[in-house]
Design a protein around this ligand. Structure first.
Ligand code: SF4
Length: 739
């Protein structure tokens, strides 16, 4: 035992394992035990693939395939064929998922065609019928994208474009209205002029059928004599013509159709960029034109309302925009979208864009990190850092006036509202995304989800428009189990005696590193015969004081390709990284108001003061009691004080009846499956963990379906509440494994 312990400690400290005591992993076929259930993503129902909806409201421009299918099912599965359609829908949806995983691209309708062929609708009439009704109910269409390296940019470009289209539509409507009114001013003036009232002009303005009925020469003479023509001043005429020219030749918003193009007007500007330098240069170059257009719109509004006064407005507009445009003026123009990869992001670029942010450039910067593993500059080691993106997000947060969103690509759909809010934000916004498409060999979605879960790349949002303080602006709500250092999950396995064992396991940065082949050298497999009690789960090892760890070695549960449980010990390099990671996470928690040290200090101070007061009160009472001749009952204050001073009794876990529907909330991974089925029945608490908020807000069928869809089986449907619900026998059978 002693020899084994020494060997384990040696590997932990030096990375070398004495011969025969275990194998340092040169190449690992193991993966963290908690990821064992995610080998085949196509078998799971989760947020991806996504559909980039081509038409409609910008807020709905990104949808998940599962949600679209759920919507379609709601529409078509309510009748007697419901169960059959539901089964066929799940097959059909899974086939689309498989096609996308195999690299098939295209619109949802194209993939539906291909999936229908693959599941054999040709030879199965009922299946073909179900697919037909589902397709009729799938009202939206658009490109289908999987969670891969290209996804984050495509998603942001699509959502950004949807918002810019909305903006363009609004601006064009305003410009068109102004152009029409300004043109009317010029036409009206011409109409009242001598030339406008000439016999030829009058004749041309009357339909051919009546041309011989009138004496246009006499009519012209009469009108000219009767008209009290006050001609438009030359300065006004010039101003109106100038405004028309500026509005018609603007290049900030494309015409709605080819037919609306003005002849001779240059192509509209592009607002998508691959570098900050290009974007800042374009903004700078276009600024005078932008100012001119904003000024033209402001003058045109006054002019068309008949409120422009040269005496009052000429001087004001002569200086318009000299100190920059105000936020309202800037907000109507398109935003500059910059999509770049963190690996290509040079320090000078980062400095430039941050200065442009401070100067108020309406830029939306998407920085995609593909690999969080970086080579240490001082040792032959890897750091799990993603330093560039962290630095950038940290500095942008420090400015206070930029919208900041950081997220793994796996959570982008969950954060779609925050993405849209950031893209629509009136000011600069930074989106820092980890794609998960690294050289690890693990699917990008899984890598990204592991980074989020292990706190290697936590999700955060900072929205300056949400309120005046950090509590309103900053949120860590998209992370699992925000109040913990590492999220806990339930892990079940069969031991050597074939008994089912259930353990609560934390997912740490070390688990994240264990998914990456490049970190294999930091792990050593320990043969089962040498599993000693010096092996301590990594999360426990990290939680303990260093002085209590002299005889302990951190270990991780992993599984091999055949799902056999293995234990690996971990080199100190990764433990140091994990300590750094949890420190960074705790700083974020403080910003998010979780375990805030200032608040804790204040509470401690108040508690002390309160305890002192209580002690003093108790002393007075005891003095009074002892001086009294007879004291049949203790004074109320003393009773209250001692009761309050008693240590709080730990809240016991509620006892559950098997008839009651409930969720093991503390284990919820916030995957949205249940809330998508019925958000009146299932809801999230402040930790974004689900519970049953109203068991009567839906059907027993929905409870059972949610239990079946919950990937970690923590929903217990209990017994039906409505004995008249149809299909209860079958549903209760399906519910049995979850009771
Ligand atoms: S209860 Fe289950 S299905 Fe619902 S959100 Fe939590 S993990 Fe997902």
């Amino acid at each position: 035992m002693q020899v084994e312990r020494q060997a384990h400690i040696a590997f932990h400290l030096t990375g070398r394992m004495p011969q025969g005591e275990g194998d340092a992993l040169a190449r690992s076929d193991l993966q963290p035990a908690l990821l064992a259930g995610y080998r085949d993503l196509t078998a799971l129902r989760y947020d991806f693939p996504l559909v980039l909806i081509s038409k409609g409201d910008a807020g709905q421009s990104v949808q998940s395939l599962s949600a679209l299918f759920d919507g379609a099912l709601k529409e078509v599965a309510g009748n007697g064929d419901g169960e059959r359609i539901r089964k066929h829908a799940s097959r059909f949806e899974r086939e689309i998922r498989k096609l996308v995983a195999e690299g098939e691209t295209g619109t949802l309708s194209k993939l539906c065609d291909a999936a229908a062929v693959r599941i054999g609708t040709k030879n199965d009439e009922l299946l073909a019928k179900s697919v037909k009704s589902l397709r009729a109910a799938l009202k939206s269409d658009g490109e289908v994208i999987d969670c891969d390296k290209a996804m984050p940019f495509r998603l942001f470009q699509h959502a950004w474009q949807a918002l810019q289209d909305q903006k363009a539509q609004k601006f064009r409507a305003e410009i068109n209205k102004l152009v029409m009114k300004l043109s009317d001013i010029l036409s009206a003036e011409f109409g009242h002029s001598k030339e406008g009232m000439s016999a030829e002009r009058l004749q041309a303005s009357i339909g051919a059928a009546h041309r011989d009925t009138f004496d246009f020469v006499a009519m012209s003479r009469m009108l000219t004599e009767a008209s009290v023509n006050v001609p438009m001043s030359e300065s006004r005429r010039q101003r109106v013509r100038g405004l028309l020219a500026t509005l018609r030749t603007q290049r900030f918003f494309p015409p709605a159709t080819e037919a609306d193009k003005w002849i001779g007007v240059a192509e509209p500007y592009s607002f998508k960029f691959a570098t900050c330098t290009e974007a800042v240069a374009a903004y700078r170059e276009r600024l005078p034109k932008m100012t001119e257009l904003a000024k033209a719109v402001a003058i045109a509004k006054l002019e068309t309302d008949g409120e422009y006064s040269e005496a009052r407005h000429d001087a004001f507009f002569a200086e318009f925009g000299d100190n920059g445009l105000d936020a309202d003026d800037i907000a109507v123009f398109p935003d500059y979208l910059i999509c770049l990869r963190a690996a290509d992001f040079r320090a000078a670029e980062s400095d430039l864009i941050l200065r442009a942010f401070v100067a108020g450039m309406p830029a939306k910067l998407v920085v995609q990190t593909d690999d969080l593993l970086e080579q240490s500059p001082i040792r032959d080691d890897f750091l799990v850092a993603g330093l560039r993106s962290r630095q950038l997000a940290g500095t942008a947060l420090g400015f206070g006036a930029s919208y900041v969103l950081q997220s793994s690509s796996s959570s982008l759909f969950q954060l779609r509202e925050q993405v849209m809010r950031g893209l629509a934000y009136r000011g600069p916004a930074l989106f820092s995304v980890f794609s998960g498409a690294s050289a690890s060999g693990i699917p990008a979605y899984l890598m990204a989800a592991a980074a989020a879960e292990s706190r290697a790349f936590p999700a955060l949002t900072y929205d300056p428009s949400a309120g005046a303080d950090w509590a309103s602006r900053f949120s860590l709500g998209a992370n699992s189990q925000v109040d913990l250092d590492w999220p806990l999950q339930q892990f079940e396995y069969e031991d050597e005696q074939h008994q089912l064992v259930s353990e609560t396991v934390a997912f740490t940065l070390v688990d994240f590193a264990a998914t990456d082949q490049r970190c294999a050298k930091y792990f050593a497999k320990v043969p089962r015969a040498k599993w000693t009690d010096d092996l301590l789960p990594v999360s426990e090892f990290l939680a303990r004081e260093r002085k209590d760890l002299t005889e302990k070695v951190p270990c991780l549960l992993m599984v091999d390709r055949d799902n056999r449980l293995q234990k690996v010990i971990v080199n100190d390099t990764l433990v140091r990284e994990a300590r750094r990671c949890v420190e960074a996470w705790r700083s974020l928690q403080e910003l998010g108001g979780v375990h805030n040290s200032h608040a804790a200090k204040l509470v401690e101070q108040e508690r002390k003061i309160w305890a002192e007061k209580a002690q003093a009160a108790a002393a007075v009472v005891s003095q009074q009691t002892s001086s009294a001749v007879a004291a049949p009952a203790a004074p109320a204050t003393a009773t209250a004080t001692s009761a309050a001073a008693a240590p709080a009794v730990a809240e016991a876990a509620p006892e559950r009846s098997p008839d009651e529907a409930y969720i093991e909330t503390s284990r919820c991974t916030s995957c949205n499956e249940c809330t998508q089925i019925n958000d009146k029945m299932f809801g999230y608490d402040t930790n974004k963990q689900a519970s049953i908020i109203n068991p009567d807000a839906g059907t027993y069928r929905q409870l059972v379906e949610a239990a079946e869809n919950c990937q970690i089986s923590i929903i217990h449907p209990g017994k039906p509440r409505n004995p008249n619900e149809p299909g209860l026998d079958e549903l209760m059978k399906r519910a049995e494994p979850f009771l």
